[in-house]
Design a protein around this ligand. Structure first.
Ligand SMILES: [Zn+2]
Length: 353
């Protein structure tokens, strides 16, 4: 069997740190998530490959096995550790197993917690919730209530007798692996409850930002600690502003006379209408920067800038008076030896002489 390059799949080098691998995985998993690419077979395939790769190189133990022996033995389904995870159904918004899968892998804290307390008080499952925000809400931050359906009580998993682990053989060795039926939790949710959770969204979030709310996932098995709730944010587009990280770009139309003689124009900013002084002789597509009028960085106090792109609008039809004025303007330009075309006219002259 040809060895798969899990590092290449995740877009990292062989010597990447665990943190780099995790970061790259999250980015790719988000990009190719089936919820975001409905019906796209290629994305679905890619999503599976990414998860397969991360299940191996995202786990230090399996990673070192893989580094030594290659991908043989890690064929996607039957490898140690168990891919499944999560309970069937019971997910806010519903979702395929892949969603459980992504939930599992994002919820790294849970996996670690379970490993240490597997036979005593397993932690409840982490939950994932997608929250759609208006552009302005992402800029200023907001507080919202979300309804989450979470497991309240459990019934023991018969496949593993509640231990969360089952034996499996590889060659001559017998090893323990996470129970495929219950995803290693040792139980299935019995009763569920709807819970309202208050979500504080800080200023500066963007699509792809993930918030973690501790202990608001499923309640733990045998009074174990609750899982966490992960909120994945999706920010809607704005009709006027285009976001580029912490900066925003806004295209503002100006007339030919405004471009020629300059002046003051009204521009939209995040805090309302504002005035912008434009110089004379503005060129098509010229960009003016308004420092500190962008979006606050999520992780620091830095604030981005507002870039105003001046779009010179040429009228498609003109009145006879406008035409007359433009003709006079053109005559004046032609008389002027320093007109903006003189450079070009001289070059043409030189070429033909
Ligand atoms: Zn089980």
């Amino acid at each position: 069997m040809a060895s798969k390059d899990f590092y290449a799949t995740l877009g990292v080098s062989k010597d990447a740190s665990d943190e780099q691998i995790k970061k790259s995985y999250k980015k790719l998993a988000f990009k190719y998530h089936p919820d975001r690419n409905k019906g796209d077979k290629k994305s679905e395939e890619k999503f599976k490959e990414i998860n397969e790769a991360y299940q191996v190189v995202g786990d230090p133990e399996k990673r070192s096995q893989y580094d030594t022996y290659g991908s043989a033995g890690f064929d996607g389904s039957g490898f140690p550790g168990g891919a499944g995870g999560g309970f069937p159904g019971g997910f806010p918004g519903g979702g395929p197993d892949l969603e459980d899968l992504i939930n599992d892998f994002f919820g790294q804290g849970r996996s670690r917690g379970q490993r240490t307390s597997r036979n005593t008080r397993p932690k409840g499952r982490d939950l994932r919730y997608e929250l759609i925000l208006e552009f302005e809400q992402a800029v200023t931050g907001t507080e919202m209530n979300v309804q989450v359906r979470r497991a309240k009580t459990y019934k023991t998993c018969n496949a593993c007798n509640g231990t969360g682990q089952v034996n499996f053989s590889q060659g001559f060795m017998t090893m323990r692996q996470a129970c495929g039926s219950c995803g290693g939790v040792g139980a299935f949710p019995d009763e569920t409850e709807n819970k309202t959770v208050k979500v504080k969204v800080p200023a500066g979030v963007d699509t792809g930002t993930r918030l973690r709310i501790r202990n608001e996932g499923d309640s733990g098995v045998n009074s174990g600690p609750s899982g966490d709730l992960y909120i994945d944010l999706i920010v809607k587009d704005h009709p006027l502003f285009l976001r580029e990280e912490e900066n925003i770009v806004c295209e503002v139309p100006i007339s030919i006379p405004q471009a020629v003689i300059g002046g003051e124009i009204d521009i939209p900013t995040l805090t309302g209408q504002s005035q912008l002084k434009i110089p004379s002789g503005v060129q098509p597509g010229q960009v003016m920067r308004l420092k500190g009028k962008g979006i606050k960085d999520l992780h620091s106090s830095r604030v981005g800038d507002l870039y105003v792109k001046l779009n010179i609008v040429i009228p498609k039809s003109t009145s006879s008076k406008q035409k007359k004025l433009m003709q006079d303007f053109q005559k004046e330009i032609e008389k002027d030896s320093s007109n903006p075309f003189s450079d070009y006219i001289n070059k043409v002259k030189d070429f033909f002489n």
